[in-house]
Design a protein around this ligand. Structure first.
Ligand code: GDP
Length: 294
């Protein structure tokens, strides 16, 4: 994960690490390299600049130059800043309500349906009764995909293959969930290949009709700054609660993970690292920062 960024950051701080004393010049050069490493990883320019400015300020505040192990202290400062950049604390989904309603939104191919299955599987293991809802009225294959996943993990799936109204399906699904004593309803919505008004309006209408306690925006981490821009657009329309970053098992450069929190001010809550139902993790910013710094 983020190998290139890790390599570059490690290279940037390597010269400082072994040294007993460091100078202003060492620090300025390292900060410049750190900024370049972040930008090469497709981190938004402003985000990269802000974070390295804060690293510099902290280095001055903590008197890095006269520290016993200046290199180590400097790396610690970068780690703290990367952690903050990604949201600081891990944040869980809000599952209030009976049943709690979770709305999953995002572009087609981002990994929404796969995540819906994984999230259902994850919650089922905590002893919850889950209902998965197929709200894609455009692609019959999407309904089948969710049904296959549901069968695989032993979670019931609600679908109305003949219906052409996603809002009705969502409403009916909730009534069905209540009648069956389910605790959590996960609604998988339709996506498009690009942001499109019909899709946005539909997911907005579903939100209004079912008032979810949690709206998760799913985005493919491989799409870098596009992921951040798509997040911005969805957030303006949906005011979602958290981000799910998918395909972190691929060769994503890291830009989406590092920029999204600052740009949309919503936390990354889960990360998806494969196609298997178990490949889901709660997102811990500090662990990710440690991993990036190797
Ligand atoms: P949707 O259109 O948003 O519902 O996207 P899907 O859930 O159908 O996912 C699109 C493709 O990406 C499928 O082939 C999934 O198996 C794959 N996929 C989803 N999440 C991940 C992930 O975390 N890692 C990898 N490698 N593939 C994923």
């Amino acid at each position: 994960m983020f190998e290139n960024l890790s390599d570059k950051l490690n290279k940037a701080v390597k010269t400082l690490k072994g040294q007993g004393r460091i100078s202003d010049i060492n620090i300025a050069a390292t900060i410049k390299e750190v900024r370049r490493a972040l930008m090469d990883a497709d981190v938004n320019y402003k985000v990269a600049k802000d974070v390295t400015d804060r690293v510099r300020e902290k280095a001055i505040d903590r008197k890095v130059m006269i520290a016993v192990e200046p290199g180590q202290l400097f790396v610690k400062i970068i780690q703290e800043e990367l952690t903050e950049l990604m949201g600081g604390q891990a944040q869980s989904a809000n599952l209030k309500g009976s049943p709690a309603i979770v709305l999953i939104a995002g572009l087609q191919g981002s990994g929404k349906t796969t995540f819906s299955g994984k999230f259902a599987n994850y919650l089922k293991k905590q002893g919850r009764q889950i209902l998965l809802v197929a709200c894609d009225i455009y692609r019959p294959a999407a309904i089948t995909q969710l049904q296959v996943l549901g069968e695989q993990i032993g979670v019931e799936v609600y679908a109305e293959p003949e219906s052409k109204n996603a809002v009705d399906i969502a409403r009916n699904a909730i009534a069905f969930a209540k009648s069956k004593g389910k605790n959590i309803v996960i609604i998988d919505t339709a996506g498009r290949l690009a942001v499109d008004e019909v899709m946005m309006k539909e997911v907005e209408d579903i939100k209004k009709a079912v008032t979810p306690s949690e709206i998760l925006f799913v985005v493919d981490s491989m799409t870098g700054q596009d992921a951040v821009n798509t997040a911005k657009t969805f957030n303006e329309r949906l005011d979602f609660d958290g981000v799910v970053l998918t395909k972190l098992d691929g060769d994503a450069r890291g830009g989406a993970a590092l920029s999204i929190k600052t740009v949309v001010n919503k936390p990354i809550k889960f990360i998806s690292t494969g196609e298997k139902m178990e490949a889901l993790d709660v997102f811990y910013p500090d662990r990710m920062a440690s991993r990036i710094l190797g």
